[in-house]
Design a protein around this ligand. Structure first.
Ligand code: GLC
Ligand code: GLC
Length: 811
């Protein structure tokens, strides 16, 4: 069952009912100021950091779900309704929500009045614009009251929901000309405030939530709205909010717009005040003036659209399969951009409080968005590298506001360092900017202790070399990519965090996944050394890689597939000898991507085992058989009920590793089948089962051991976005950036006869037309560029601004 449809020409998903199986959200903002917005206008805003600088409040785990957002109550006679249906939930005569690229619109109507609400964050602006347009479609004059509502968060989202003994006494606001200024803690250590304005004189306001709602009411039954009169309250402690009342009279056929701004201002210490206790409102007023008229709003929307036109033109496919086209051309790159901005911090599954920017996560995200925003990728790489230690280890995450690493969710994940090499290599291939390797970058966030980025990459590589276990495989540390394979923690006390309890320093537990990563990613460093003329280092590194490859074949293969690990007692994990967890997905994916066992058929066997044992109709589960009982030697993965998350859920993040692995052995049809199983556009028809948004990937789909098999969770913020983009754009469609040009190497279903990829690369445009007259899955018969045949399959780098026609014939 579907709850909406794709409108590809407008790059929107059109939601046709507010009653989706779960809130379906979108993200507003592309630089510093962000908003989450659901299909009932729920959600919240923050500046840069969802934990430390939360602007509006949102209660996770609330009942009803998704309460709190940008609410506009329209009181038309005795009827009160909202353009987004919630919170009053008056049945609407019509409802439509369109989530687009960085904006969301609602178009609804009730009793002859229609409302259109547009929400977006203009480029370069620290605020969210909400334009509410009312149109009288009846034959009578209508006078309605519009009440807005936002609830302030007291900045630190964690403290805001824990420390009520303090917070209920600190909330403060000012109101001037109908603009509500939120200034909690401004008189002491903060030099920032937020404001909420509307572009016309108000007929009342409120700033104390309990007075606006009534002490025992919810958002659905605000006293003020149902009484029709604001109380003009000035908050003093408790829960500050911001509400305006505007009375609007509309002639039949008349339309009027109100422009609301939720803005954020920061001031230098010396300019904070106008007078004692009176904040300096100059910057807010300047922001308000920027969007006083509809023409200004339209111009900013236009600029936003143009920006997305440009971003989405960088990689484009024309292909008969419209679902692939909409994923590749619109939604997958869009999700990649969101994961770049948010990492794993703020979604409807991530509270914004728990996690910052992950070393591993953000490094992998780079693979998906580097072509869109190379300059910001460069900055991100250096920020990430700055949280690395001299020995190559690193903090697992950092807060975006301070860029300081922390161990709040554990440290000592031994896969982390390698991802920095992968992200950096992707950046250099895309841009050709080798200078980044020379950039001086701190260790341990200490500006007085720096090394070049290349030295950081060497530290990453050596971290593996210096930390091998009894079989010569890499020690796993706290865990590897699978955060829940906690081999050194051995927790038996309820509530202990698997990520922070115990030690990460075990010298026995080893990871075949990290070994595969080392063999797959290590050669990037070898290549960088060569290009820097550091031949000795290149050779030494290559030796380590070759040795690791041998070690995997000797100690990391189990007959029909790659082992997963050895535990702290030296026992095999992911082996036919195990009762449960006999085979895991991760090592099959990475080892084959590394090319291990491709020549002697072991890779083929491993992938066939994945197909036969791990695959189901909804994707590939993480391992089998699922753990039925808790194993303290394995940790969190066995703590999940069978079929969910790391205990045999379909982890969409590493399904593309298998897709890519399938292309390594030339099975394009298999790769694409796997792609379709988890790509959201292909799951749209089963939205009632899938439940999460049909336009973005979720981290996990419940696996075959789960009673709710096929149900997705944790949408939006997942490495799934980047990896699926890599799988489809580079491995299947086969256009891949390299140091010396674009490599073309499609691996597709035999039934595809042609498609065209248009790719911007280092400023030049490549129009690559691929035909498949013989119906093969892989292999190229000929390539011409601008009519001239080339040898090999690397299309060279051309001058910026030029366009090149590339004809590729497979066979
Ligand atoms: C989550 C984490 C990611 C980890 C994965 C598997 O998605 O963000 O870092 O690799 O889970 O545990
Ligand atoms: C939990 C999740 C895992 C995530 C981790 C982050 O263990 O299962 O997916 O990566 O938390 O700390």
């Amino acid at each position: 069952m579907k709850f909406g449809h794709f409108d590809d020409s407008r790059r929107e998903y059109v939601i046709e009912t507010p009653k989706t199986p779960f809130p379906w959200i979108n993200y507003l903002g592309s630089e510093d100021f962000f908003g989450l917005i659901s299909n009932t206008a729920g959600g919240y805003n923050f500046y840069k950091d969802a934990r430390m600088r939360r602007i509006t409040r949102f209660r996770y785990n609330n009942i009803p779900v998704d309460d709190g957002g940008r609410y506009y109550y329209i009181k038309d006679g005795e009827t009160v309704w909202n353009p987004g249906y919630k919170p009053v939930k008056t049945e609407l005569d019509s409802y439509e929500c369109r989530h687009g690229m960085g904006y969301t619109t609602f178009t609804s109507s009730k009793n002859g009045l229609s409302a259109q609400l547009l929400a977006f964050v203009p480029l370069g602006y620290k605020g969210e614009i909400n334009r509410l347009t009312l149109e009288n479609n009846s034959t009578e004059v209508k006078t309605v009251s519009v009440f807005s509502l936002r609830e302030w968060c007291l900045w630190d989202a964690s403290d805001d929901m824990l420390n009520f003994q303090r917070n209920f006494s600190t909330g403060q606001v000012e109101v001037e000309n109908g603009v509500v200024y939120h200034k909690t803690e401004y008189r002491e250590r903060r030099n920032h405030y937020a404001f909420y304005s509307v572009n016309r004189p108000v007929d009342g306001f409120d700033t104390q939530l309990e007075d606006f709602l009534g002490m025992y009411n919810g958002f659905d039954r605000p006293d003020v709205v149902f009484a029709g009169e604001s109380k003009n309250t000035i908050a003093d402690g408790w829960q500050p909010c911001a509400s305006h009342k505007n009375v609007i009279t509309l002639q039949p056929g008349e339309k009027q717009s109100l422009i609301y701004i939720l803005g954020y201002c920061e001031l230098p210490e010396a300019e904070k005040w106008e007078a004692l206790h009176v904040i300096n409102k100059k910057p807010a007023k300047a922001m308000i003036e920027q969007f006083a008229t509809c023409a200004q709003v339209d111009a900013a929307m236009d600029a936003l659209r143009k920006n997305w036109d440009r971003l989405l033109s960088l990689y484009n496919v024309e292909i008969k399969d419209e679902k692939t086209a909409r994923m590749v051309n619109i939604w997958n790159p869009y999700q990649c951009m969101v994961t770049f901005n948010m990492s794993r911090s703020a979604s409807y599954f991530e509270s914004g409080v728990g996690r910052g920017l992950g070393f591993r996560d953000s490094s992998q995200d780079l693979l998906g968005f580097v072509h869109q925003i190379p300059e910001r990728a460069r900055e991100r790489i250096l920020d990430i590298a700055a949280t690395q230690f001299r020995d190559g280890g690193c903090y697992h995450q950092y807060q975006p506001l301070t860029k300081k690493g922390n161990n709040d969710i554990g440290g000592g994940f031994n896969d982390d360092p390698l991802w920095l090499i992968a992200g950096t290599a992707a950046y250099i291939k895309e841009t050709g900017d080798f200078s980044i390797l020379d950039a001086a970058t701190p260790y341990d966030c200490n500006p007085n202790d720096t090394g070049s980025l290349l030295e950081h990459l060497a530290a990453s590589f050596n971290h593996v070399v210096d930390n091998k276990g009894p079989h010569g495989l890499p020690l796993i540390g706290r865990a590897d990519w699978n955060d829940c394979l906690n081999l050194n923690c051995h927790s038996t006390t309820p509530g202990e965090s698997f990520q922070t309890f115990g030690t990460a320093d075990g010298r026995v537990a080893e990871s075949v996944l990290i070994a595969g990563m080392f063999v797959a990613i290590g050669p990037e460093l070898v290549e960088l050394y060569k290009r820097k003329g550091m031949i000795d280092k290149a050779e030494a590194a290559q030796k380590e890689i070759d040795a690791m490859r041998e070690t995997v074949l000797t100690h990391g293969y189990d007959g029909e597939w790659f082992l997963r690990a050895y535990d702290a007692f030296g026992a095999k994990i992911g082996s036919k000898e195990c009762d449960e967890g006999k085979i895991f997905i991760e090592s099959q994916g990475y080892c084959v991507m590394a090319g291990i066992g491709v020549e002697d058929g072991r890779a083929l066997k491993a992938l066939n085992s994945v197909r036969d044992i791990l695959e189901c109709e909804h994707g590939i589960v993480l391992q089998q058989p699922a753990y039925q009982t808790y194993h303290s030697n394995l940790g969190e993965c066995s703590s999940y009920p069978p079929g969910y998350k790391e205990n045999a859920g379909i982890f969409c993040h590493n399904n593309p590793w298998i897709m890519i692995a399938e292309t390594v052995i030339g099975r394009g049809g298999r790769a694409f089948d796997l792609y379709k199983k988890i790509a959201p556009a292909y799951r749209e028809e089963i939205s009632d089962l899938h439940r999460n948004e049909p336009y973005v990937y979720s981290q996990m789909i419940a696996g075959k051991d789960a009673s709710r098999m096929g149900e997705a969770k944790n949408s939006w913020l997942t490495g799934t976005a980047a990896w699926n983009f890599v799988a489809i754009s580079q491995a299947i469609l086969g256009v891949k950036p390299g140091y010396d040009g674009l490599t073309v190497d499609p691996c597709i279903p035999a039934s595809w006869d042609e498609y065209t990829v248009t790719r911007m690369f280092r400023g030049a445009k490549y129009v690559i037309h691929i035909t498949n007259p013989k119906g093969v899955e892989k292999g190229i018969a000929s390539i011409t560029v601008d009519g001239t045949a080339i040898s090999g399959n690397v299309i060279p780098v051309y001058p910026e601004g030029t366009t090149h026609a590339v004809e590729v014939v497979m066979g």
